[in-house]
Design a protein around this ligand. Structure first.
Ligand SMILES: Nc1ncnc2c1ncn2[C@@H]1O[C@H](COP(=O)(O)OP(=O)(O)O)[C@@H](O)[C@H]1O
Ligand SMILES: CC(=O)OP(=O)(O)O
Ligand SMILES: [Mg+2]
Length: 378
């Protein structure tokens, strides 16, 4: 064991940067912050301003969220030049995320050249998926030679809420079938079987799956050449439209922020009403898919910005699942704050709200790696 370490955790999402400085192993938070609605060209300044604001704290270690780790990284790793090169190579699979994550790593390395940096990958938790979940029905050599497969994302969040669900249900996670719904700006659902990711809604890139803030989720790929023709653009331009101008933003024409879309819907704005309906219907359908995949379920978890805070979405998603023993307590659902059971006492399936905490998992992984490093270098 080694002494106390101050671990800075940097969690860059597609629209936000969250950071926390922990004293480990006590998990005491020394500083934290959350910058929202950040545009791509603002990340570098945002990250520099975070380091600047923390300059009076001693920092021993930095943990970085990295969205795409491919098949190379099944767990968190210490960052060296080879790891950085691999993260750079994987940017083509996560163009909204990996370049930003690399920027964070490079800034940290320039400010603290002697400190250890750790990468915590969104994809790592999903490496347990079987081929029946991760393969696309394409020529098999595309997988073997080029790594074209489903990777899945938000793994650190799904892993955290799985652990908390086990504690709340007072059952070992190895006995539980869970459906974890991470509903933020990015949205993904994971079928968790006996402590491992078994299937998940995102794909080779974080564009696939459900309707998101600005991302389309699954569409018929035959639409892409048609978009190219309509917009007089190339494939990159069409994918940009699917990544940045679709989802809630595209359908409503109002915003990628669900709060704004719902406010407009309440005023009677038709496209905003449609956006909300499509958004929740697709989550509902995916729960059906994973009920089949898991042969029933013990718990359903709602997490991330929308999942934690939006009772209307949770109610719309759960309505019509009563046949499967999923009975929401509407009153409790509307009034809950923080961690809560929102199903009725006689609901066979427990429905839970669990605020995610990717940062504590990241800090713990980084601290553990630093202990291993210390042990092996003494
Ligand atoms: N307090 C809140 N009440 C209702 N909705 C919220 C709240 N906070 C965040 N959201 C919603 O969560 C979404 C952003 O999710 P978040 O998990 O913060 O984003 P990111 O995926 O960038 O980490 C937005 O659509 C926003 O409307
Ligand atoms: C992978 C992903 O979609 O992340 P975020 O929700 O932070 O955009
Ligand atoms: Mg997020």
């Amino acid at each position: 064991m080694i002494a106390k370490q101050n671990v800075l955790v940097l969690n860059c999402g597609s629209s936000s940067v969250k950071y926390k400085l922990y004293e480990m192993p006590e998990k005491q938070i020394l500083a934290q912050g959350y910058l929202q609605q950040i545009e791509r060209d603002q990340y570098e300044n945002a990250i520099r301003s975070i380091f600047d604001s923390l300059k009076d704290f001693p920092i021993d270690l930095v943990a970085h969220r990295v969205v795409h780790g491919g098949e190379t990284f099944t767990k968190s790793v210490r960052i060296d030049e080879d790891v950085k090169a691999k993260i750079r190579e994987l940017s083509r699979y996560a163009p909204l995320h990996n370049p930003i994550n690399l920027t964070g790593i490079e800034i940290a390395q320039s400010i603290f050249p002697d400190k250890m940096n750790v990468a915590v990958f969104d994809t790592a938790f999903h490496q347990s998926m079987p081929p029946s979940s991760f393969l696309y029905a394409l020529p098999y050599e595309y997988y073997e030679k080029y790594g074209i497969r489903k990777y899945g994302f938000h793994g650190t969040s799904h892993r955290y809420v799985m652990g908390r669900a086990g504690e709340l249900l007072d059952r070992p996670k190895e006995q539980l079938r869970l459906i974890s719904c991470h509903i933020g700006n990015g949205v993904s659902i994971t079928a968790i079987k006996y402590g491992e990711s078994f299937d998940t809604s995102m794909g080779m890139t974080p564009l696939a799956g459900l309707v998101m803030g600005t991302r389309s989720g699954n569409i018929d790929p035959g639409i892409i050449p048609y978009i190219e023709e309509i917009e007089q653009t190339n494939t990159t331009g069409a994918i940009e439209i699917l990544n940045n101008k679709s989802g809630l933003m595209g359908i409503s024409g109002v915003s990628n922020d669900l709060r704004e879309v719902m406010a407009k819907a309440e005023e009677g704005h038709y496209q905003s009403q449609l956006a909300l309906e499509l958004y929740t219907t697709i989550i509902h359908k995916h729960i059906g898919l994973y009920l089949a995949r898991l042969n029933g379920v013990d718990g359903i978890i709602f997490t991330a910005g929308v999942g934690e805070n939006n009772a209307v979405v949770r109610e719309m998603v759960c309505t019509g699942l009563e046949f499967a023993g999923i009975i929401l307590d509407r009153e409790t659902n509307r009034n809950c704050k923080g961690e809560a059971f929102i199903s009725t006492p006689y609901s066979m399936v427990k429905v839970m709200v669990i605020p995610t905490d990717e940062e504590i998992i990241m800090a713990a992984d980084a601290y553990e790696l630093s202990c291993v490093h210390f042990d092996s270098s003494t």
